[in-house]
Design a protein around this ligand. Structure first.
Ligand code: ADP
Ligand code: MG
Length: 295
């Protein structure tokens, strides 16, 4: 096996130079003429190589929308998201394909992320076909290699999603995201649907993959203990805004904002950032606190 696919990206980033640089990003939805939903307001964030950023906040605080904006999956209303010095909303088709292979996303529910009528092998191969990466034989090698890395056998890859456990399905989703050789993996509530033991297993897998593949992770969760477990830095979001940003230690040990304190008090048994084995499940009820503005 080789690791060629994950080395020598087209564009070498110095360690502290962000791969994605988002500045003053706002995203608004207008479901009808009289309603404006301010999902994200004025958020700036840098995704630097090999870092782990945690996005924390209750349901409706704009985490998923921000993640989608970072990946160009939803247009920004103001502000900018830059990659290789270019605004991602203005990328050519071929640059957009390269960007798609640079930054990938893993979602919460592995079941709905995989096509139930396709074998895992086909689902994991699909992104290579869509992004025109590699020749046919090369694609098969890459798929086999990434399946091994996420801990799935070729026998399991021949199955349909319903024939795998929840943890195996999430491994398949991670393989599907990593097969294109990204530098950034955005995990949106990727362990929320799993039980505590599987959560720990998948978090450990993500940490190992990060080290092996030099990935930057953007890790989104409403569960502070999960985010603190894996992140170097955290952004605390509330009603679409970043209310606090800093190292995991700063944010969990010396919260500056009342909302962070509230989150900590309601969820936590966090003692040390990146500590091992903590699994408090403080998943308090997730009420949608978002304001809708009617004008
Ligand atoms: N496609 C959409 N159309 C309209 N409103 C949306 C859309 N996506 C998200 N929202 C709204 O934007 C706000 C932020 O949502 P989201 O980013 O999903 O938050 P989170 O991921 O933190 O739960 C919520 O009020 C949500 O209802
Ligand atoms: Mg979300």
């Amino acid at each position: 096996m080789t690791t060629a696919q994950h080395t020598a990206p087209d564009f070498e980033h110095p360690l502290h130079e962000p791969i994605i640089r988002a500045r003053n990003v706002s995203v608004q939805f207008k479901p009808n003429r009289r309603t404006t939903i301010r999902a994200v307001t004025d958020v700036s964030i840098d995704v630097t190589p090999r870092s782990t950023i945690g996005l924390i906040g209750e349901s409706g605080s704009g985490k998923s929308t921000l993640a989608r904006a970072l990946l160009g999956l939803v247009p920004v209303s103001s502000g900018s998201v830059e990659w290789e010095g270019q605004d991602i909303s203005r990328l050519s088709r071929s640059d957009m394909r390269r960007f798609r292979s640079t930054a990938q996303m893993v979602f919460q529910d592995p079941h709905s992320s995989l096509d139930p009528r396709r074998r895992i092998l086909a689902s994991v191969t699909e992104p290579l076909n869509v992004l025109s990466i590699g020749e046919k034989s090369e694609r098969a090698d890459r798929v086999e290699q990434i399946l091994t890395r996420v801990g799935l056998t070729m026998d399991q890859a021949q199955r349909y999603p319903h024939q795998l456990s929840g943890g195996q399905k999430q491994r398949a989703c991670i393989a599907r995201a990593l097969v294109v050789g990204p530098q950034i993996l955005v995990c949106d509530e990727s362990v929320a649907a799993l039980d505590v033991v599987l959560q720990a297993e998948i978090l450990n897998l993500l940490s190992d993959l990060q080290d092996q593949l030099d990935l930057a992770l953007v890790f989104i969760s409403h569960d502070l203990s999960v985010v603190a477990h894996i992140s170097d830095r955290m952004h605390v979001m509330y009603l679409g805004e970043t209310v606090e940003e800093g190292s995991t230690e700063q944010v969990t040990e010396h919260p500056q904002h009342a909302y962070t304190e509230k989150l900590l008090a309601s969820q936590l048994t966090v003692h040390s950032p990146r500590g091992a084995g903590r699994q408090s499940r403080g998943s308090h009820d997730v009420t949608d606190t978002h304001e809708e503005e009617r004008s």
